[in-house]
Design a protein around this ligand. Structure first.
Ligand code: NAP
Length: 386
């Protein structure tokens, strides 16, 4: 039986890598639904190639273009929240959640509530609504498979083990493009410098998050919700080569790691074929030519975002939701040239300091906190710009 696939965010970096793997193995997969934000051309091309049945574009003004580009096919073009939820929870049994940001939360919840297998790349959704998402997965018999390379590595290292035997998780981080940059030069960093990741090719938002180490902070929160360990048993280790994707330490002192070349098709393939494996075109690891692997402690002075994210996780309540929303607005403003690079972390910290809300008890609560935070941080940015 072919696995029936939906890809939320099919035109992005993760979405196109997922399509690449699926198109190499048509005997294993059938594409049911694809979605995009604004890229009607990319979405229509992917839908034509894969013979998808449903293509959903979030930007309503692009629906006519999508319809025109899909003319003569059996693929239905649609827009709107209902159509997005239909893509996530309809005929497909395996859903790639690869929309960037909290915009992916509602369709991911729809997929979980429909009991689907959800391959989760969209870490912002889990950071914003971690307990609600994992609770929905448990109640509806859904499966959450981590796609982030670090969490996928941990998932692989945990296979077949008892959770009580784990002493800690170690998330590796490349350190990003500013790993060796002085504090003064980081302050003057441009968007072009920030998105130029040394090892991975990714969308703009996650590239900026990697440069500030906020990405690792989001991943710390993601690991907490995915694997159920308290913050003090999840560590971060800088590893510039991005070969060791993460590690698990067990109570007997054994440490298991997952290694591979930095190619997202490896963790995506693990989730696509799970519980089996499938071939990928990823470059094979040649450890002899790499020679040595380096590790160092993160510098929380130059990269305060990691400290702020850990604090938000320890604080709990609405703090992770606020952290994520504030970061999304600050990163978009940095990419738009309105604020400097180091202002991202300071705006996020200010937003969390103002937090009064308790833990959101529903997705509607999460959306409310998210919107209020976006408004408050936008006002702070406006005030700075005048
Ligand atoms: N890239 C990586 O290597 C990587 C690794 C680990 C985790 N992740 C996570 O995976 C997610 C996707 O990252 P990415 O790098 O693939 O991002 P990306 O290249 O920017 O792609 C984002 C996707 O989401 C769609 N989208 C954007 N805004 C939307 C909205 N408001 N409503 C509906 N769809 C929207 C985009 O459509 P358009 O193309 O039409 O704009 C695109 O398909 C993020 O959460 C990221 O943290 C990525």
């Amino acid at each position: 039986m072919k696995r029936k696939i939906a890809i939320l965010g099919a035109t992005g970096s993760i979405g196109t890598s997922t399509l690449d793997l699926i198109e190499r193995a048509p005997e294993r997969f059938e594409v049911i639904a694809l979605t995009a934000g604004t890229d009607a051309e990319g979405l229509a091309n992917a839908a034509r190639r894969t013979r998808a049945k449903l293509a959903v574009i979030a930007d309503q003004s692009r629906l006519a273009e999508l319809e025109a580009r899909l003319a003569g096919t059996d693929c239905r073009a649609a827009t709107g929240a209902e159509a997005l939820n239909e893509a996530a929870s309809g005929e497909a049994d395996w859903v790639m959640a690869a929309i960037v940001g909290c915009a992916g939360l509602v369709p991911v919840m729809a997929a979980l509530e429909a009991g689907r297998t959800v391959a989760l790349a969209n870490k912002e959704a889990l950071v914003s609504a971690g307990a609600l998402m994992t609770d929905a997965a448990t109640r509806h018999g859904a499966t959450l498979l981590p796609v982030d390379s670090e969490h996928n590595a941990i998932f692989q290292c945990l296979a077949g083990s008892r959770r009580d035997d784990v002493s800690k998780l170690i998330l590796t981080a490349s350190g990003g493009p500013f790993r060796t940059t002085s504090e003064a030069d980081i302050r003057a960093a441009t968007p072009e410098q920030a998105v130029a990741h040394p090892n991975w090719t990714m969308g703009a938002k996650i590239s900026v998050d990697s440069a500030s180490l906020m990405n690792k902070g989001l991943e710390l929160i993601e690991a907490h919700f995915l694997f159920g360990l308290p913050p003090e048993r999840i560590e971060v280790l800088i590893h510039p080569q991005s070969v060791v994707h993460s590690l698990v330490e067990y109570i007997d002192g054994s440490v298991l790691a997952q290694l591979g070349s930095p190619d997202m098709r490896v963790p995506i393939a693990y989730a696509l074929a799970w519980p089996e494996r499938m071939p990928t075109p990823a470059e094979r690891l040649d450890l002899a030519s790499i020679g040595s692997l380096e590790f160092e402690q993160p510098d929380l002075q130059r990269f305060p975002a990691l400290r702020i994210a850990r604090q938000a996780l320890v604080q709990g309540g609405a703090a992770p939701t606020i952290l994520n929303a504030a970061n999304e607005i600050a990163v978009a403003s940095f990419l738009g040239g309105q604020i400097g690079f180091t202002e991202i972390a300071s705006l996020v910290e200010q937003a969390i300091e103002r937090a009064v809300a308790g833990a959101p008890s529903s997705i509607e609560d999460v959306i409310q906190v998210d919107l209020e935070t976006r408004r408050a941080v936008s006002e702070l940015i406006e005030a700075r710009c005048h």
